[in-house]
Design a protein around this ligand. Structure first.
Ligand SMILES: [Zn+2]
Length: 305
């Protein structure tokens, strides 16, 4: 026996039961009318096309499964493979490439790519509450990954793709995003939207943070150029630790990532970081939490790249 022997990784009926238990902990909810009272299970009919998990709502008369209205809705691949892919992506710290999923799940590369992006979409957090709400410390730091499409390579960082990460030290959560530039005019609205005014901002000495720090209760900096990394509670080491996991994953597993998809990879790394073992989240619990994020999200792209 192992984690991978669970029936829901191998059997469609069990896979539907598993997903239902995550999505509907209080029992089924009709996605058409919101009804919960008169929902009947329709037995998979062995003489016609088998439809696992099919239900009928006695209130509106419509049929549905737990996949309706989720990122899994239009996938043709068996749900147990979705669950296998979700587990693999949630349990490995640096992620799993579409190539690896192709081999392990025995699906085409295109299917593996779509699966992975659907799961990334499920991992995307809807939490927009600002960090540092109780006057806590929030680290802000940026890193560079790859080159902006079509940009000329010059000294400095203008041509590089830029990623900003914010860390709430109290809740130990990270929120990262792709940014078009490091100008105060670009970063200012992002910081204001994601960091509470009463927060204590911690950054390095980078000039773009100087005008932005005034929006918060305090702004303290460490001088990385002068090899100062920690001064009491003032540092950006948590954000840098996050970037190092992200970069190892992106270099080792996701070598080629189009800019238009970079935010989804960030959502994946943010999710695993925010649901990490050190915060008491097991691999299986992390997978359940990813699955609970499949509702109400839509994919708007169609090309693997
Ligand atoms: Zn209904």
């Amino acid at each position: 026996m192992s984690v991978l022997s669970a029936p829901y990784f191998h059997n469609e009926e069990a896979a539907f039961a598993k997903l239902e238990s995550v999505i509907w902990p209080e029992g089924p909810v009709c996605p058409h009318c919101g009804g919960t009272d008169k929902i009947y299970a329709i037995k998979p009919n062995l003489t016609k096309r088998i439809r696992y998990g099919l239900k009928k709502c006695g209130q509106c008369g419509k049929q549905f499964t737990v996949k309706v209205g989720t990122v899994f809705e239009h996938g043709r691949i068996p749900l147990c493979k979705f669950l296998q892919a979700a587990y693999l992506m949630c349990s490995s710290k640096k992620g799993v490439s579409a190539k690896q999923l192709e081999r392990t799940l025995e699906v085409t590369y295109k299917t593996a790519w779509f699966l992975a992006h659907r799961i990334r979409e499920a991992m995307r957090s809807g939490d927009l509450a600002p960090f540092g709400g109780n006057g806590g410390a929030v680290e802000a730091d940026e890193t560079f990954i790859g080159v902006e499409p079509g940009a000329k390579v010059k000294p400095g960082y203008q041509h590089k793709r830029k990623v900003l990460a914010l860390v709430d030290r109290e809740t130990k959560q990270v929120r990262s995003m792709v940014v078009d530039s490091l100008k105060p005019s670009t970063l200012g609205p992002i910081l204001s939207a994601n960091i509470a005014r009463e927060a204590r901002l911690m950054t390095d000495e980078a000039r773009h943070y100087v005008p932005l720090g005034k929006a918060f209760a305090s702004h303290e900096t460490v001088h990385h150029g002068a090899e100062e990394y920690v001064r009491g509670a003032v540092h950006t080491n948590t954000a840098e630790g996050y970037f190092s996991i992200f970069k190892r994953g992106m270099k080792g597993v996701y070598q080629h990532c189009a800019k238009k998809h970079l935010h989804r990879y960030l959502a994946e790394f943010d999710f695993r970081y925010n649901e990490r073992e050190a915060l008491g989240v097991s691999d299986l619990l992390r997978t359940d939490r990813a699955l609970s994020g499949i509702i109400g999200k839509r994919l708007t792209y169609s090309e693997p790249s």
